[in-house]
Ligand binder design. Structure first.
Ligand code: SF4
Length: 271
């Protein structure tokens, strides 16, 4: 494995790493966090994501996951946190991801996860790991729509049952480690009814909502939500008493986060 490209945008570093005739990507952001990939390609095939367009090529080995960290460190980047938020669904490469997780922890790193929650039995195991943050990518509150967005996924009902069961015994302090991610796609999942339902879910679970803004990708018909609409949804959730975080700079700059790594590269190529 070796870094073939280190693309800097002033705030972040997008590392293109050559592995076994393929390129995987890791992103260094916020000055101390490395977002790592867990698979080459992704079998979940979310309809809004370029990383899943061609399905899964193969799982990364434990060493290949760890080496993203070692290579980034060798390149001089400071890293205190690891986020499993790059290409791939960590739960679909569970054994290797779990092994890498414990090795990262042995190295004194904080490790957090972004997941679609599929498959459910692995999601339950993940909830019980001594992680430092877990974000469930929900993206829709309607079963049919979520299936369109995340074809290989659990039902919302099952996910919320498992999530709720785990959360109900946690202190408020511990709950702060958990969030729901909602990728706002223009005219797809942003109706008043859906946002109201999202607020209710977040209220019932007593978790934060991470409200993400979709970045358009050539070949995928979804549209970016205009700033005014994004702000309107944010204010609606806030009015309902929900703690909301917005897409941060690294994401709005089209680098970083599950499914946006490859997007960034495709967009660069199409410029
Ligand atoms: S958004 Fe994440 S889970 Fe969905 S296809 Fe892309 S990499 Fe896979």
């Amino acid at each position: 494995m070796k870094i073939v490209k280190n693309i800097q945008d002033g705030l972040n570093n997008l590392l293109e790493i050559y592995v076994d005739n393929h390129t995987i990507e890791s992103v260094h952001y916020r000055g101390d966090t490395l977002c790592v990939s867990s698979q080459i390609g992704c079998p979940v095939r979310c309809s809004f994501c370029a990383s899943g367009m061609n399905g899964l090529i193969r799982n990364l080995s434990t060493d290949e996951i760890l080496n993203q960290y070692f290579l980034a460190k060798e390149d001089g980047l400071e890293i205190r946190n690891i986020a499993f938020a790059g290409i791939g669904e960590p739960l679909l490469n569970w054994n290797n991801v779990k092994e890498a997780f414990f090795k990262f922890k042995e190295l004194g790193l904080k490790v957090s996860f972004y997941t679609t929650g599929f498959p459910l039995n692995k999601f339950e195991q993940l909830l019980n790991l001594p992680h430092n943050g877990l974000t469930l990518s929900l993206h829709s509150v309607l079963e049919e729509k979520r299936k369109d967005l995340i074809p290989k996924g659990e039902t919302i009902q099952n996910l919320l049952n498992v999530f709720g069961n785990h959360l109900k015994n946690l202190s408020n302090k511990k709950r702060k480690l958990y969030s729901i991610a909602y990728l706002l796609i223009y005219n797809e999942n942003d109706s008043d009814e859906e946002i109201q339902k999202l607020a209710q879910i977040a209220k019932d679970l007593n978790v934060n909502v991470s409200l993400l803004k979709y970045n358009e990708i050539e070949g995928i018909p979804y549209k970016t939500t205009p700033d005014e609409k994004y702000e309107e949804v944010f204010l609606k959730l806030r009015k309902e008493g929900i703690r909301v975080t917005l897409s941060n700079k690294y994401r709005t700059r089209k680098i970083g986060g599950c499914g946006t790594l490859m997007i960034n590269r495709l967009q660069k190529q199409s410029l």
